[in-house]
Design a protein around this ligand. Structure first.
Ligand code: GLU
Length: 305
């Protein structure tokens, strides 16, 4: 373990579980939280809880309360009170300012339907338009090179806008090596390998949302730093996002934690779980009579003790 992977304050590894309160927790979240708990315990590290509620349109206080109740029921003890991202918007705004000063972000006034229309227009010509790892088409660049005067006028008039990363500019002069980081290949690995993930797969992704002062990507990298997180352990569905996070860390001058992307727990029908799928929600399992011990056993974790 290198010095950069020990918390600057305590010298201990620091893990975190970072749910978004856009729904209740299911068994896949339990797996992630329990894996973080186990790794923290095995390495003599600390475990933090971060509530990622930057998406003010979808996050609800009752989901936060149910998440905390479920984690408590599972018997997972965190070493600090939860950090709620919506309490720290000025901090993310400061990071966004740094990126804007480097001219790596540009404002985008386009609506979803304008973007969809522009993509449809391109595809109608027979051109294959790239999709990001989540399956959404890359931003078609509508506002990328807009005249400064028009942009300034719209901002001055208070027109709502997102801030997108100018991916080509952000990667200009940046080598694969600059974005390399330490990753554990799977949940059982005890050694990291040095890897790099290409952030350009995301296109000109939104870094500051139109309806919120940050995005989960920006707030997350800022918080890993502020909280002294040494080890990000999260699902494989976020593995590609790590490339984008590394790019943001690079431009913000932040030391990357180590990453570990764990397997996803599939639903009974083999499908990926989402918060909206009811039957494997922790609350439903609890009501069906399962104990926290049963859940731990089902997921391959011994009882806390
Ligand atoms: N808040 C994200 C989610 O619930 C997880 C982010 C992370 O672990 O980095 O999907």
């Amino acid at each position: 373990m290198t010095a950069s992977h020990r918390d600057r304050r305590s010298g201990q590894p620091v893990f975190r579980f970072a749910p978004s309160p856009t729904g209740t927790l299911h068994i896949g979240h339990a797996y992630s939280a329990l894996l973080n708990e186990r790794l923290a315990r095995e390495t003599g590290g600390r475990l933090l809880l971060r509530i990622e509620d930057t998406d003010t349109t979808r996050c609800r206080p009752q989901f936060e309360a149910s998440i905390i109740a479920d984690l408590d029921w599972l018997g997972i003890a965190f070493d600090e009170p939860p950090r709620r991202q919506s309490d720290h918007f000025p901090l993310y705004d400061k990071a966004a300012r740094t990126l804007r000063q480097k001219r790596l972000l540009y404002p985008c006034f386009a609506s979803r339907s304008e973007i969809a229309e522009a993509v449809a227009h391109i595809e109608a010509t027979g051109e294959a338009w790239p999709r990001d790892p989540d399956g959404s088409p890359h931003y078609p660049g509508i506002w990328r090179d807009a005249p400064d005067g028009e942009v300034a006028g719209r901002i001055a008039a208070g027109e709502p806008h997102a801030w997108r990363i100018d991916m080509a500019r952000a990667l200009d002069g940046v080598s694969v090596d600059d974005l390399a980081y330490e990753e554990f290949p799977d949940e059982t690995a005890t050694r990291t390998t040095r890897v790099s993930r290409d952030p350009s797969v995301w296109g000109d992704f939104v870094i500051v949302r139109k309806d919120a002062p940050a995005s989960f990507h920006l707030a997350g990298v800022v918080d890993e730093d502020v909280q002294g997180v040494t080890d990000v352990v999260r699902g494989q569905d976020l593995a590609q996002a790590t490339g984008l996070h590394r790019l943001l860390q690079h431009h913000l001058g932040l030391v990357p934690p180590r990453y570990r992307h764990h397997r996803l727990i599939a639903g009974e029908d083999g499908e990926k779980l989402s918060k909206s799928r009811g039957s494997l929600a922790l609350a439903a399992l609890r009501e069906a009579g399962e104990s926290a011990r049963d859940i731990r056993a089902r997921l391959g974790f011994a009882q806390a003790g």
